[in-house]
Design a protein around this ligand. Structure first.
Ligand SMILES: CC(C)(COP(=O)(O)OP(=O)(O)OC[C@H]1O[C@@H](n2cnc3c(N)ncnc32)[C@H](O)[C@@H]1OP(=O)(O)O)[C@@H](O)C(=O)NCCC(=O)NCCS
Length: 179
């Protein structure tokens, strides 16, 4: 499934295994963003490969998850993924990172998420998307609010993890959006 570019030239293409190294490199770079929590460290290549298994870069198991490359006027500008391995039916975690800081804060994250929803709803049959940014990553939180996500209330971390699984960051905020 390739999402054709919209009027602004934003599109999504399914990531392939050859993209895996680049997607990891973008993620490592994203941790240098001034908005990223200083208490988090980027995943090593081994950790990334263990989490983002091969199935995320093939069409083998779309019900479990996938990575898409965010494109702008044909150029690769970041990655967005969904991961339905850890929640009940109809729900998935979504994550997104743009390729470099200069691309951020220009509405591109929200545009990419807007392209993903029809696919998740129509093709995969998902009903809810979850995101868990660090609460201190104000730009990401704002972007997700604009994209229709609402925080699930400020539950103690232990309770959040009981309900939603392990969280990357000590200040993680779980946000949810109906699809
Ligand atoms: C998170 C990310 C995908 C968001 O995409 P984006 O294209 O940068 O987001 P947008 O431009 O659509 O929206 C950012 C919003 O944050 C706002 N913002 C920027 N700095 C802010 C601040 N210090 N405080 C509050 N809001 C802020 C912007 O004004 C904008 O809101 P507005 O449109 O109402 O003015 C992108 O910034 C990114 O890849 N960051 C690095 C990786 C990352 O943090 N990933 C998320 C991990 S959960």
């Amino acid at each position: 499934m390739t999402v054709s570019p919209n009027a602004e030239g934003a599109g999504l293409r399914p990531a392939v295994l050859a993209d895996r190294g680049q997607v990891h490199a973008w993620l490592v770079k994203a941790y240098e963003s001034p908005f990223f929590c200083v208490e988090q460290r980027p995943p090593s290549r081994e950790e990334f490969l263990a989490d983002y298994e091969e199935l995320f870069f093939t069409d083998r198991s779309p019900r479990q998850g996938r990575v898409f490359i965010i494109t702008r006027d044909g150029a690769d500008t970041g990655a967005v993924s969904y991961d339905a391995r850890h929640h009940g039916p109809g729900r998935a975690d979504v994550d997104i990172w743009l390729a470099e800081e200069a691309l951020c804060g220009r509405g591109r994250g929200g545009a990419a998420l807007g392209l993903l929803w029809p696919y998740l709803r129509g093709r995969i049959g998902l009903r809810r998307a979850l995101m868990s940014p660090c609460a201190r990553n104000l730009r990401a939180v704002r972007c997700y609010e604009k994209a229709g996500f609402k925080p699930l209330g400020y539950l103690p971390r232990r309770e959040l993890e009981r309900r939603y699984g392990p969280l990357d960051c000590p200040h993680a905020l779980v946000m949810e959006r109906p699809l």
